[in-house]
Design a protein. Structure first.
Length: 135
């Protein structure tokens, strides 16, 4: 048995990391599946899905800072006509999908972990998919 969900998320900043764990927990509850996996997928080429620390907001700040340092917004060697190559680089570094374990009806994450939707070329209206499979 499997279930499929789509979520819309309005983003307000050029770059941001938004916690989406609550959406996934609700989907798991609605699915009624107690043992299985959930795949979270982002269908945008300048965004991504990751898991990271949920306690100190400076971690998100420092991650965005670090990505910016690694992949500068402007570089005369970039050729992509849209001018957002830095966002495509960050998107592929983060990855488009994430798999999490469902056990005992719950999403298994570490105490300090949350699932984040990461945007690198906003603000845009975005969405992501959650596929929950029993097993
Ligand atoms: Zn582009």
């Amino acid at each position: 048995m499997s279930h499929f969900y789509t979520h819309d998320i309005p983003l307000t900043k050029k770059e941001d990391m938004i916690k989406i764990t609550g959406y996934i927990k609700k989907d798991i509850k609605d699915s009624g599946i107690t043992e299985g996996i959930a795949i979270i997928h982002c269908p945008h080429t300048t965004a991504g899905i990751t898991v990271n620390e949920n306690a100190d907001p400076d971690v998100v700040r420092d991650m965005l800072y670090g990505f910016g340092k690694t992949y500068p917004e402007q570089d005369p060697a970039y050729r992509h006509f849209e001018g957002n190559s830095h966002a495509h680089l960050k998107s592929s570094t983060i990855g488009a999908s994430m798999t999490v374990i469902i056990h005992g009806g719950k999403l298994i994450l570490g105490t300090w972990q949350d699932v984040y939707f990461c945007e690198f070329d906003g603000p845009r209206h975005r969405h992501f998919y959650v596929k929950i499979m029993e097993g």
